[in-house]
Each structure stands twice: as C-alpha cells, then as structure tokens.
Design a protein around this ligand. Structure first.
Ligand code: 1YM
Length: 642
C-alpha cells in the first residue's frame, strides 16, 4: 500500500453545495441524516482499523446528547503542508469535497460510506468540529464552525506519545430537524460493525445515560447469525451453520458468508458491502440467492429427495433461511439516493461462484443437515400449494355472485378510481351499519368485521386465507398478498381502520396492522394505511357541540369554554362504542374528509428495527417477551383499559 502524502489530493471543491443541499450528501435532515454524520466519522476510523493501523475505536455521546466524539489509535490524519495549496492536509480534507487519497483507489483497499468525502460533509453540517491529531510525537488541533476553520492547525503538545485521530462534532441546529442522538441506535450500529470485523474493538461511552459498552465479537458473522436467530426467537433446523470466507476471490474482492435454515416462515438475509449495510440488497445478494437455490436443488436431485409431483420454487428453498453476507470490493457502485443497493453487475456471478460448490459439498458432507433442509423445502412447497388452493377456493366461492368476486359483506363505493376511493374496515355489524348510512357512497366503501381476526405473526399462508375476515379484506383490496402483491390492482388508496376507542378495538387494530406489516408491507410503506379517530366524548355547552378524542381533549374543551362562558354548564356523553353513534354523528366526526382526523401509519427508517422487535415480541409465541415489553413500557401507557 502506498503511503499517503499531501500531493495525492486532486479534486477540490468548497463546501457550499453541502450546506445548500444536505440531503444530497446524507440522504435527509431528519433523524437518519443526523446519525449518518456519526456513521461517516466512525467508518473512517473503522477503515483505519480494517487496514491494520488502528486497534481501538472509542465513540462518546456527550452529556448534552448532541455532541459526539470518535477517536482511533491509527496513524492520525496527515498534517503535512500541501505543496500547492500551502495548507495542512487535515484542513484540506475537512474543508473540501472529494479531497482524499481514498478517491484514487490506491491508498485504501476498502472503503464504504461516501468514499472518503465523509469528514468534510460532517464538518460542513456541524456547528462546531474539533479535530485532534496525534502524529510524529506531537498533538495537533484545529477547530471549525460550519465547515470554516476558526483556528489554524496548532500544536497542543510538542511531546506526546502514540498516534491517532479524534473528531468531536456538534451538528448544526439550523440544518437538522432534530440534533439529539439516539444512544440505543448508536449502540446497535456500533455492535454490528464489530460483528463484521472480528478484530475490531469499539468502546461506546454513553454519557447521556451514564453507560459504557464494549463491543468485540471474536466469533464474527457466525456469532452475529447466532445472535439474530436468538433475537428473533426462531429454531434452527440444523445444528451447525454453513460458513465460508473467500479472502481472495479476484484481485480486490473478498467475501464472507454464514447461513442457516430455521423454522421461521420468513427469509432473513443481511448483506453488507465493505462493512456498510445494503438494506435493499443488490447484485451481491442476488448472487447469494442464486447460489443457495442451485446448491440445494443439486443436493436434492442427487439424493432423490424431490417429489416428482411437487414443483419447488426458489422461494420454497429460501424460506426460513437466515444469512449474513459481507463483501469487500474496491469500487462499489450503489443505486438510489441512500445508496442501500449494490449495483455492480459482476458481483452477482462472483458471489454465486464463490459459494455454490462449497455449499453443495457441505450438504453432501453433512447429510443429516442436508436432509433436514430438503424436508423444510418440501414442507414450504406443500404449504404454498395448499394456500394457493385455498385462495382459489375463496375466489371460486365468491365468483358468480359478483363479477369482481367481492366479499358479500362489503358495501362498495360507486367510484372505480382507486386514488379517490376509501375503504373503512369497521369493527362489528352495528358500527358497520351506522358507517354505511353515514358514508358518502360515491367514494367510501365499508367492510364490517364480525369474527376474530387471526394473529398472523405465527400463521402460514394457508391459515391466513382460511380466516374469513382476512380473506374478505384480501378480496376487497384486490391487490394480492406477499410477493404476489401488485399495488396496481389496489382498489382503494386509503385503507382506514375504524375501531372502538377501547381495548378490544385496539386489539383488533393491532392484529390488522400486524397482518399488513407481515404480509402486505408495501401498503404501509406506500402510505395507504390509516387509523380513524372516532371521538370518545360528546361535550354540549349551551347550543354548541364539541367532540373529544380522549380525556385530555375533553378537559381542554371544557377549560376553553369555561373561559368564554364562565356560567355555562357542560353536558358530557361518553360513547361506549361506535355502534351507539348516530350515522349523522359518525359522518360529522369520523367519516367526512373535511372534518375528520386520520392518522397515517408509517415506519420511519430509523424505527424499522425497533418496529420489527416490538411486533416479534408482542405478537409472537413467546409470552415472556410480551410480558417484558409491557413491563418496560408500562410508564408510557397512559391508561390501561382492561
Ligand atoms: C475519528 C475518525 O478519520 N482516522 C483516520 C483517517 C485517515 C487516516 C488515518 C490516514 C490515511 C492515510 C494515511 C492514507 C484519513 N486520511 C485521509 C487522507 N478517524 C479517522 N486515520 N495516513 C492516515 O489514506 O494513506 C482521509 S481519512 F485523505 F489523508 F488520505
């Protein structure tokens, strides 16, 4: 590896574009963008470690929750004076875009993130950034505000030991919607890095909560996979993982993989490029999937484990598969603004070829594992066939009565334009009746639910379609389910859950949301799912009527009315359920687009992990996880209606 000198820096550009359009550089200015700053600096430190120069990284979230420091004990960012620009390299790196030896590919074998432009972007978007460098027996420091140096590079200590880089920064409140960091999110992200680099040690000092974490996982991605399987509470179907590391695939490309089949009805593949997560997968992940499917097929054919009458799909083979794939490459190309998807076409066949034969050999060498996997695959294929038959049966039943095969209980709207149509899923027949009378039949459809909605967290496809209420919803929506979903066929662009404001209502809403989350996620991600907010109280003051969503709302209304009409008496009526409400009242408070309040259901990127965890804990088999969740969150629940 060539050594870095100030002369290598080629492309220079100021930082104004970064402050003008921060989103272009960090994806956005919300919570995710804020944390992106920290990941950039951490990635630089991790690079220094994976290249063999640093052994320890320390991250501190300071007491204010808004300032972070990252330090490594590597070589220290160069401080020599640039021959042309006549300023220290450190200053150039922190004040110019695209500056850095990493860019020409020769100095760094592996680098992820923003290809080394990261630290200047962080500097540009920080109210204050302090860089402290130990190098050549001295300690240097330089301070910046919004990317502009406010001191020269100074020698803090002319006689110091060791070397390394410390970057302390406080993001700019003028740029970010929030500037408070999330300690749990930081811990999670840092720990993942130490799974991906088993030699890496990261110490995280969380001064907000007075905690200190040490992350170091000698077991690497094997240990990570075990951790995932335990966290998701799924049972592996073979005892040993398949793990393979290909240190030298072709020049500059290295890859490591670990996988294991489980009883989970889902597939869970985590992929990384240069230690950076590729949440949307890409060509490397596609190559892995190809390879796994081919290897298992070959094994099943060799050992005559296929049922001739059963057609086995790639999805059947991958059902229940947990895998972690980490690929290192010199010039990764990413797709999309947040760069979550690898795009290099060559990665597909490289990864496929790297693992396929070894996996097949491994299966042959461990026939008890191979047979267990084959049995799992056959079971998945049979379940899929059964559920397809069930869907066909549901269709067949309703065909004939109406040409669209809509459920009998649906009161459909007359419009056929999905973008103006709304489907209200209503709890109970009596509320359904009021809603039918109170709706605007041109664009509002009503589907009453009577029976219990199935908890879909543990259910397979066949059980889903056997459930009358869920299959009615599926038929009404018209867009299919799972990976067969086509939003182009969705019949309503607003799907509104209308439930009583009591614990039963909440329970049904939770079951429906779990169903959408697990089996029709793109409805949520597309922003089609809403929760209606029917009032709990009617407050009459003199001749005026007000609707209150909850107790706080009711108190607020009474307080305000007392101010203007001190002698008035407020009459309060509490609705026991939607069924009690007159159709006209339901229309005025909950159905009419001009008067109602709707909550749109969404999962911000930064909350995806937590959402997954909460759903697994609350809806899954494990009752103790549910209990833990309720105890841990009891304070947040204002009033438990039981
Ligand atoms: C807390 C963040 O940035 N560490 C870090 C960065 C660099 C080096 C060492 C480094 C790299 C090289 C030579 C080289 C960087 N250098 C550059 C640039 N920690 C953190 N530690 N000497 C030191 O690439 O050859 C950018 S980052 F541009 F100088 F190469």
């Amino acid at each position: 590896m060539s050594n870095y000198t100030g002369e290598n820096i080629q492309v220079l550009e100021g930082l104004e574009p970064v402050r003008k359009r921060p989103g272009m550089y960090i994806g956005g200015t919300g919570k995710a963008g804020l944390h992106h700053l920290l990941w950039e600096i951490v990635d630089n430190a991790v690079d220094e470690a994976t290249n063999g120069y640093a052994t320890l990284i320390e991250v501190t979230l300071h007491k204010d929750g808004k300032t972070c420091s990252v330090s490594d004990n590597g070589r220290g960012i160069p401080v020599d004076i640039h021959p042309v620009k006549k300023v220290p390299t450190l200053e150039l790196i922190l004040t110019t875009l695209h500056a850095g030896g990493k860019f020409d590919g020769s100095n760094y074998i592996t680098s992820g993130g923003l290809h080394g432009v990261g630290s200047s972007v962080v500097n540009a978007l920080s109210e204050e950034l302090i860089a402290t460098i130990k190098r050549d027996g001295k300690t240097y420091q330089q301070i910046f505000t919004k990317g502009v140096p406010i001191t020269n590079l100074k020698v803090l200590n002319p006689n110091s030991r060791g070397s390394g880089t410390t970057i302390q920064f406080r993001p700019d409140e003028d740029i970010f919607e929030t500037t408070t960091f999330d300690a749990a999110l930081i811990a999670e992200n840092l720990e993942t890095k130490t799974y991906l680099n088993k030699t890496l040690k990261i110490v995280f000092k969380d001064d907000v909560n007075g905690k200190r974490h040490e992350f170091h996982h000698e077991g690497g991605i094997r240990e990570y996979l075990t951790h995932m399987v335990v966290k998701d509470k799924v049972r592996p179907i073979h005892s040993e993982q398949f793990a393979l590391s290909q240190p030298d695939l072709i020049a500059g490309l290295r890859a490591e993989l670990v996988l294991q089949w489980t009883e989970s009805p889902r597939e869970s593949i985590k992929s990384y490029v240069n230690g950076i997560p590729t949440a949307d997968g890409g060509t490397h992940e596609a190559g892995l999937k190809d390879g796994v499917v081919k290897a298992v097929r070959a094994y099943m054919e060799t050992h005559n484990l296929t049922d001739k009458k059963l057609e086995i799909s790639a999805d059947d083979i991958r059902e229940g598969l947990f895998a972690i794939l980490n690929v290192y490459m010199t010039e990764p190309q990413f797709q999309g603004q947040t760069k979550d998807k690898l795009n290099n076409p060559e990665a597909r066949s490289l990864v496929n070829n790297a693992f396929r034969l070894d996996l097949e050999q491994w299966l042959n060498a461990h026939p008890s594992f191979g047979d267990a996997i084959a049995a799992r695959v056959v079971q998945a294929a049979k379940a899929r066939l059964a559920s397809r038959t069930a869907v066909q049966a549901v269709r067949a039943k309703s065909v004939g009565s109406s040409r669209l095969a809509l459920p009998g209980k649906l009161a459909d709207c007359s419009s056929k334009k999905p973008d103006e149509c709304e489907l209200f899923i209503v709890e109970g027949d009596s509320a359904g009746g009021s809603a039918k009378q109170g709706r605007d039949r041109k664009f509002q459809a009503i589907l009453p639910l009577r029976g219990k909605v199935l908890n879909t967290e543990q259910a397979n496809a066949k059980k889903l379609t056997d459930n009358k209420e869920l299959s009615n919803i599926l038929l009404a929506l018209g867009c299919g389910i799972g990976d067969k979903m086509d939003l182009g066929n969705l019949r309503y662009h607003k799907i509104i859950l209308l439930m009583d404001a009591d614990s039963d209502g909440h329970h049904i809403a939770t079951l429906l949301l779990t169903f959408f989350y697990r089996h029709m996620r793109s409805l949520i991600d597309g922003g089609y799912v809403y929760i209606a907010q029917p009032p709990l109280y009617r407050v009459d003051v003199g001749k005026e009527t007000f609707w209150a969503l909850d107790d706080t709302d009711r108190e607020r209304i009474i307080r305000e009315q007392k101010k203007s009409k001190p002698r008035a008496i407020a009459e309060i009526q509490r609705f026991k359920g939607l069924g009690e409400m007159m159709p006209q009242t339901l229309k005025e408070t909950t159905l009419d687009p001009d008067k109602r309040r709707l909550l749109r259901v969404s999962i911000p990127d930064t909350e995806r992990l937590r959402t997954e965890q909460v759903i697994t804990d609350l809806m899954g088999k494990d009752a103790s996880a549910r209990y833990r969740f309720i105890m841990e969150n009891a304070e947040e629940a204002e009033e438990l209606d039981v």
